[in-house]
Each structure stands twice: as structure tokens, then as C-alpha cells.
Design a protein around this ligand. Structure first.
Ligand code: CP
Length: 302
């Protein structure tokens, strides 16, 4: 039994395998229509979602299995019993748990108590399924991953930045973090220490032009997430120099693709001109959430 509680739970070889299976299922979906027949995925959500919820549920249906949604705030579970007590019981009902919960610590507790595989559907620290979908998309668009440069522009201390750093460097990509000169918006030193022996490198710069130079991929994410409303004005001002607009995109390679995990805040972290341009792959990237999660579920459960 294997959990994916963070990107660190997948080795380079395992990511390669999951991406291969995902591509195989994507290209011949009918062959896998009964692959997970009789299997149930339990989806626990503490935070809102469009893509993660629907792509997991649709993916499970397409593999012949079934998915059940449970909003953690609906009652029961963590409010009236410990997480561990609830998770032990849920492990008797389903074949896999997919969990979106704020605290990574809670995710680790769930992993410790579960007797079926647990998949991290996002915490404040990591978003591994997003990174798998991102790498599947880059591989499709560029033909390979190793040796490519991905410039992550914006909040370098957030969960998608962390997952990009871990996943992409483990696959030999070079990650350029382009962020404000403040420790809270930069990658944590412990994280950089943990990936220092990976095949790909990480550089941190506060200069957007320097950071995207020769980039094959520009990646951004929202500047103001749910729960950060009090910091909104300050964040919008601080991150403004890091907006992904056409002037910035032109400083990368001519065939650079632009990615965003969505939902996007148009005219904040990226302009509509960029998001709707031929260089933007954001919709293909969101579609691949479903394909890569089908591959992951198949790999974990079959
Ligand atoms: N990218 C992503 O995780 O989207 P949702 O928050 O809609 O699930």
C-alpha cells in the first residue's frame, strides 16, 4: 500500500511510470473502462474545488469505479471524533482516499491512520496531483522533461511552487523561481536542501526578466488565495512586477508555453492577452488533471 501525501512520496521512476500509464489510458480510454470496476474512491474535501473534485470523480467513472464526495465541514468526521478514528472506519468502506485539507500535518495523520492508499488533493504545502498533470502536459507539448527550464513566477513559497520544485527537479527540469525578495514568498530553505541532489536545479531570482530568460515554460498561480482576503491589497501591490504579461512572455524562448493551475485571476497574475494566446496551455493542463489521476489511481489500485 502506498500513500501520496506529498510529491516526495513519488520517486523519479515512479513518476515516469505514472506518466506512461496515464498517457496509455488517455490514448485508449475504452480499453480501461472496467479497469477499476467495483472500486470506490472516497473524496474528502475541507476546501473548495472545481477541477480536483470533478476530474477525480469523472476519472473514476471512466475507469468503471465509483467516487463518493464528502465535505469535511458537513459534520461528523473531525468535528466529533478524531481524524484517525474517522479515517480507520473510512478505510473499511473505500479502496482509496483522496483528501483536500488545509494542514499538511492533518494529511500526515490521515496517512498514518488509513489502511488504504491516501492521495493528497492539495494542502497548504503541496499539490502533487497538479504537478503530475503539469508534467504530463509539458511532456506532451515539448516531447520531454529533462533539461527544460520552467520559470515559476509569483509566490515562490506557495504549495504549487513547492510541488513544481520537487516534481520537476526530480525529472531533470531546471526550475527558476521568480518571486519578491521576502522569505515568506520564497521557497523554504529546508525544501531547497531536500531537492539539492535531484537531477534538475533550482535558482531563485527577484528579477522577472532574468528569471524567464530562455524559459521553455512560464508558470504562475493566484496571488491571493481563499482565506487571504485581509492581505489582498498588499499582495496585489507586492506581486504586480511579477505579472505574466506579453512583455514578460516575449523575454522567454519564442516557443515558450504558459501554464496556470487555475482558477486564474485575470489581469492579476496573468493578463487575458496571455491566457487566451496560442502559447497558453491552461485548458489542456486542466484536462490532464483527469488523465494523470486516472493513471495514478490505476497504478495505486490495480
Ligand atoms: N487546480 C486546482 O486544484 O483546481 P481546484 O481548486 O478547482 O480543484
Amino acid at each position: 500500500m502506498k500513500h501520496i501525501l506529498s510529491d516526495f512520496d513519488l520517486s523519479t521512476e515512479e513518476v515516469t511510470k505514472v506518466l506512461q500509464i496515464s498517457q496509455k489510458i488517455k490514448s485508449s480510454p475504452t480499453k480501461y473502462m472496467k479497469a477499476l470496476e467495483g472500486k470506490t474512491l472516497l473524496m474528502l474535501f475541507e476546501l473548495a474545488s472545481l477541477r480536483t473534485r470533478i476530474s477525480f470523480e469523472a476519472g473514476m467513472t471512466q475507469l468503471g469505479g465509483h467516487a463518493i464526495f464528502y465535505g469535511v465541514s458537513e459534520g461528523g468526521f473531525s468535528r466529533t471524533e478524531t481524524l484517525a478514528d474517522g479515517v480507520k472506519v473510512l478505510s473499511r468502506y473505500g479502496d482509496c482516499l483522496m483528501v483536500r485539507i488545509l494542514k499538511q500535518e492533518a494529511m500526515e495523520q490521515i496517512g498514518a491512520a488509513a489502511t488504504v492508499p491516501v492521495i493528497n488533493g492539495m494542502t497548504e504545502k503541496y499539490h502533487p496531483c497538479q504537478n503530475l498533470a503539469d508534467m504530463m502536459t509539458i511532456q506532451e507539448k515539448k516531447g520531454n522533461l529533462e533539461g527544460l527550464k520552467i520559470a515559476y513566477v509569483g509566490d515562490g513559497g506557495c504549495n504549487t511552487a513547492a510541488s513544481t520544485i520537487i516534481g520537476c527537479t526530480s525529472m531533470g527540469m531546471n526550475v527558476s523561481i521568480v518571486c519578491p525578495d521576502k522569505p515568506e514568498y520564497s521557497p523554504a530553505p529546508e525544501l531547497l536542501e531536500k531537492v539539492k541532489d535531484n537531477k534538475g536545479t533550482v535558482t531563485v531570482t527577484h528579477d522577472p526578466s532574468e528569471g524567464v530568460k530562455d524559459a521553455d515554460v512560464i508558470y504562475t498561480d493566484v496571488w491571493v488565495s481563499a482565506g487571504m482576503e485581509a492581505e489582498k491589497e498588499a499582495r496585489l501591490k507586492l506581486f504586480q512586477p511579477y505579472q505574466v504579461n506579453m512583455d514578460l512572455v516575449k523575454k522567454a524562448k519564442q516557443d515558450c508555453i504558459v501554464m496556470h493551475c487555475l482558477p486564474a485571476h485575470r489581469e492579476e497574475e496573468l493578463t487575458s492577452e496571455v491566457m487566451d494566446s496560442s502559447q497558453s496551455v491552461v485548458v489542456d493542463q486542466a484536462e490532464n488533471r483527469m488523465h494523470v489521476q486516472k493513471g495514478l489511481l490505476y497504478w495505486l489500485l490495480k
